[in-house]
Design a protein around this ligand. Structure first.
Ligand code: PEP
Ligand code: MN
Length: 387
């Protein structure tokens, strides 16, 4: 069960102390307190863990200091979408809203290679009015002999250039908890010119100790990618690890799953799961067409598979796109074959706008259909009652 307290409740106040004293007397129930500082208000949730079947929802709702009480199912207690759940399906970071009804594009380099390429990429994004990007500094590679990323060495110039070109958020993968401190320190040294969304890659989806560490900090939001060889349910449980430690600013990333049934794509594209994740949880959903498709092949009409799949994700309501671009894909040190060209950026963004518009039209159509169907059902019911 989750108790949502009145906004900005003071933990030192008498109401709060009485409430905690009352709750701590509940038999076989453990309490876990989550405090989230939003832009406008501080929200406090108290999670009741244990034998909550014996706890009355009505009684909890009537306690001073409690605004709402929600009975949660065993699955995905924090990230889950529960009946009567009035918790928000969005969060703000760096003045940018991430929610189940917004769409943000994170186009950028799979891996930072040269300062020049970082600057060229950021300038192109700025020209297109973009405020988010992706930049890999720590790269998990299959071969130990492959380029592993420049790590902390590149962070100062990446952050400074982001600030120079008005980039507010960089999605950056971390493969070890120490990378969070390195990022925090580099941001501090450069005067916090930008923000970072910590990315947990598909290889680390079930690195539970790292999930706990990333979940314990609330400074940076997290993009958790689904594991490429585990079920969706297992990946959602991984997201719950982050949330149960206190970080609720989580975006769930679909990036394809590993099976040769997806050939000739690099991974089997799983963007049909966009609506599934939105139905089961409160998390905004990201699609990564680059790592899903893995190449620049196109259909007979000349549209890249990568752009088709992006559109498939967006037309089903995806909330974020993580996509590889590179000024010189032939020279890229990681994933050059799947990178889009800088001259394709305006075209890509326009294609995304087309798909988003189609999604919004489909959503409005569904709403019209549902309200008409409901009105018809009500009429039938009334007629049956009169008869
Ligand atoms: C990436 O986005 O650079 C990446 C390595 O992705 P994934 O973890 O999905 O393979
Ligand atoms: Mn990559």
């Amino acid at each position: 069960m989750i108790l949502i307290l009145t906004p900005n409740i003071d933990p030192e106040s008498e109401v709060y102390e009485h409430l905690m004293a009352h709750l701590s007397r509940l038999q076989n129930i453990r309490l876990s307190v989550h405090r989230v500082q939003g832009t406008e208000q501080a929200l406090t949730e108290i999670h009741l863990i244990g034998n909550t079947a014996a706890v009355s929802l009505e009684e909890m709702r009537s306690l001073p200091g409690v605004e709402r009480a929600v009975r949660v199912s065993e699955e995905y207690r924090v990230i889950g979408r529960h009946r009567g759940d009035g918790r928000p399906a969005h969060f703000d970071y760096q003045g940018v809203r991430f929610g189940q009804d917004t769409l943000n594009v994170f186009a950028g380099l799979c891996a930072v290679d040269t300062r020049e390429n970082v600057e060229t990429m950021m300038r192109a994004l700025h020209t297109q009015g973009q405020v988010c990007t992706r930049m890999g500094a720590y790269k998990p590679r299959t071969s130990t002999y492959s380029f592993q990323g420049h790590g902390r060495a590149c962070l100062p110039y990446v952050f400074e250039l982001a600030g120079k070109y008005g980039i507010k958020i960089i999605a950056m993968e971390v493969t070890h908890e120490s990378h969070i401190d390195e990022i925090r320190e580099a941001l501090r040294q450069t005067g916090n010119p930008t923000g970072v969304m910590l990315q947990i890659g598909t290889r680390n989806t079930q690195n539970f100790e790292m999930l706990k560490k990333v979940g314990r900090q609330q400074e940076f939001p997290v993009l958790l990618k689904r594991g490429f060889g585990i079920t969706l349910d297992e990946s959602l449980h991984a997201a719950e690890y982050l949330a149960s430690e206190g970080n609720h600013k989580i975006i769930f990333g679909l990036r394809g799953i590993k099976t040769n049934l997806g050939d000739p794509h690099r991974n089997f594209v799983d963007f049909a799961h966009v609506s599934v994740v939105k139905r089961l949880t409160l998390m905004p959903v990201c699609v990564d067409p680059s790592h899903a498709v893995g190449s620049r092949t196109s259909g007979p009409e000349g549209i890249l598979d990568l752009m088709h799949t992006t559109a498939q994700g967006v037309i089903s309501g995806a909330n974020m796109i993580l996509v590889d671009f590179h000024p010189k894909p032939d020279e890229a040190l990681v994933d050059g074959p799947q990178a889009l060209l800088l001259k394709e950026l305006p075209y890509f963004l326009e294609d995304v706008r087309v798909a988003r518009e189609a999604y919004l039209k489909r959503k409005a159509l569904a709403e019209r259909y549902q309200s008409t169907a409901k009105a018809e059902d009500d009429l039938c019911l009334q007629a049956a009652e009169l008869a």
